[in-house]
Design a protein around this ligand. Structure first.
Ligand SMILES: Cc1cc2nc3c(=O)[nH]c(=O)nc-3n(C[C@H](O)[C@H](O)[C@H](O)COP(=O)(O)O)c2cc1C
Length: 154
């Protein structure tokens, strides 16, 4: 089974949390701005679900639902000690959204977190993750998750 079709018993994973400040490397450096979820949301992440990269859908407050790529873990590339859940939404936002509420459903597990030899390799891997997230919209079955009732209550 290829990584992109891997299923986990914990999926789908429903997450809601407040956006907090991360280590501040995210956006500019990696062409991938991410919203870090608060500690309560991180702790609500199922303990039987592995760290790594997930894709699915997400929205900020009551905005539209967009595809997202999410990293869960310790950002081994940078040697971080704290577990983080970071969501990259595939949409150009005008402003940062610290303190806003993100609602997300992770529907696929893509890969484990990796330690790359260079920042360029990490960027390349993230670009592939983003492509996989964008493709969710083209899958008739998977795109139905955008209509899930979890997105209609806040
Ligand atoms: C889709 C995606 C995939 C990622 N993959 C990895 C990875 O394989 N290894 C890693 O160390 N960090 C990975 N990251 C995390 C980035 O390193 C992280 O977003 C960056 O360090 C910014 O963190 P900050 O906002 O806390 O500064 C990934 C992030 C995203 C959004």
């Amino acid at each position: 089974m290829s990584a992109s079709t891997k299923t986990l018993s914990a999926l789908p994973i429903f997450l809601r949390g407040k956006v907090v400040r991360g280590y501040g490397r995210g956006g500019r450096e990696l062409n991938c701005p991410t919203a870090n979820l608060d500690e309560t949301a991180v702790n609500s992440f199922p303990s039987d679900a592995p760290t790594g990269v997930y894709i699915g859908f997400a929205k900020v407050n009551n905005d539209k639902v967009y595809p997202m790529a999410m990293s869960v873990g310790y950002n081994v590339h940078f040697g971080n000690d704290n577990k983080t859940v970071e969501i990259h939404i595939l949409h150009e936002f005008e402003n940062d959204f610290y303190d806003e509420i993100i609602t997300a459903i992770a529907i696929k597990y893509l890969r484990p977190m990796k330690q790359f030899n260079s920042k360029e390799e990490l960027i390349e891997a993230i670009e592939e993750d983003k492509k996989a997230a964008r493709n969710l919209f083209n899958d008739t079955e998977l795109s139905k998750w955008t209509q899930h009732s979890y997105f209609s209550k806040l």
